[in-house]
Design a protein around this ligand. Sequence first.
Ligand SMILES: Nc1ncnc2c1ncn2[C@@H]1O[C@H](COP(=O)(O)OP(=O)(O)OP(=O)(O)O)[C@@H](O)[C@H]1O
Ligand SMILES: [Mg+2]
Length: 510
Amino acid sequence: MSAPEEADAKKTGFSISLSNTSKFYPGVVALDDVSLQVEAGEIVGLVGENGAGKSTLMKVLGGSTAPDRGTITINGQDYDFLTPPLATELGIAFVHQELNLFENLDVAANIYIGREPHRYGFLRLVDNEKLYREAQSLLDRLGATFSPTTPVEKLSLAQRQMVEIAKVLSVDARLVIFDEPTSSLPVAETEKLLEIIAGLKAHGIAVIFISHRLHEIVTACDRVLVLRDGRMVGELEGEKINHDTMVKLMVGRDLKVAYSPPAMERGQAALSARGIRTGTYPHREIDLDLHSGEILGLAGLVGAGRTELARVLFGIDGALGGSIHLDGEEIRFASSADAVKAGVFLVPEDRKGAGLLLDMTIAENISLPNLVAYSRNRLVSRENERVQAERSRAELDIRAPSVTVRTGALSGGNQQKVVLAKWLAMEPNVIIFDEPTRGIDIGAKTEIYRLMRNLADNGVAVLVISSDMEEVIGVSDRVAVMHEGHITGILDRDRSSEENILTLAVGKSI
Ligand SMILES: Nc1ncnc2c1ncn2[C@@H]1O[C@H](COP(=O)(O)OP(=O)(O)OP(=O)(O)O)[C@@H](O)[C@H]1O
Ligand SMILES: [Mg+2]
């Protein structure tokens, strides 16, 4: 056999299995006697509620977590545990739920970090020309529009994700694990990613795909494994891979996402923006009225300027022009601290940057922005803090052994719930949610929609930025659609269809 043929045979012959794997953390059985097998050329979906054990299971395969029990078998060879270098050597590549990029390095450097191509010669200098050329070809393959010389800190979440995927494509992987790769991607990029995944399969690569967006699982996967509370509770194939069957196995009962209708008429305009201009589109102006008692959706394609608008409204960035009125009075927030004082809050999209302190407990994180309310004689009352945290834990179904565990020990979705809890505990006048249910499982989503409606019914003005079409239509009383830095239309409930939103989002009128 010639060398390339041999390599191909190896690729198609790849198989990996886990038998009777368990992993214990203090107070938590993260994995309970789990077995699975994955073969070359198949796409296996992995679903389960927040905290079900999906990421832990994948970390066992990626070598970053050692199981307490069980055996890992790769191409007939048994291992008690793997290490990250060994996993890489065996062809296992990982696109993480939390993006792991170096913000101050450029795209190409991030893709090839530690594996830079070198020029021949005594000094073994990095072959920059080759580095950027190969990075560019990977980005082309992914249909990315940014350059390999862009610093990662300049990229949006969706673009950062692309860099992670380029990194995976650059190693010769036999199994690629995607842990919620689409949770920060909008529709078009998601479709693109699913195409890329199908391409991996066509090359005989095995794929494990984790997502809370179940329709993606239905579209992409040949087989689906369902975890609940650390146990493997089902395996589905063919026709059986459908939304209702998966949900039933995940939560152990039937469940429908529910959107509650508004209980009251919308009130006065609480926040009015006039002629707002932001950095990316300095010549466009935004006019927007957000009323108390309403949930206003803000839809649009990535880069339309929604997050930028949110940052201006929250005082993080200054506007280039225009004015903002709060309850009829003109305001100028010099910082987000001013906004918070005025009762205007932003729940940002990036939970890593959301001020979640991973080394602090759940209770400490929730009380953080609101220390005054918990303090008596300037001392934080641990008791008040705990009571509020317990309330939040129940309301949002935060899965943790107690509110005094480190936030860093929580699953991704449960960390997101703590971010929400932190802001919801503060009694806002105006609250802006930027992609609030990213990475949140279907049961908890329903809870979050209910809490948003509760806020509105209590007179709060709620603005929801969401790329999830079903969500933005379901949850909003009106949907404002942005395109290239301005609002192209505002749709009332009876006109907020997917078609109308997409038309406005590409800058056409309806
Ligand atoms: N390092 C750790 N220390 C303590 N507990 C942990 C640690 N890592 C995970 N856990 C716990 O193990 C359980 C499973 O977490 P895991 O991250 O695997 O969930 P998940 O299914 O990926 O959830 P999500 O959908 O929210 O990402 C959770 O209860 C979590 O709190
Ligand atoms: Mg996870």
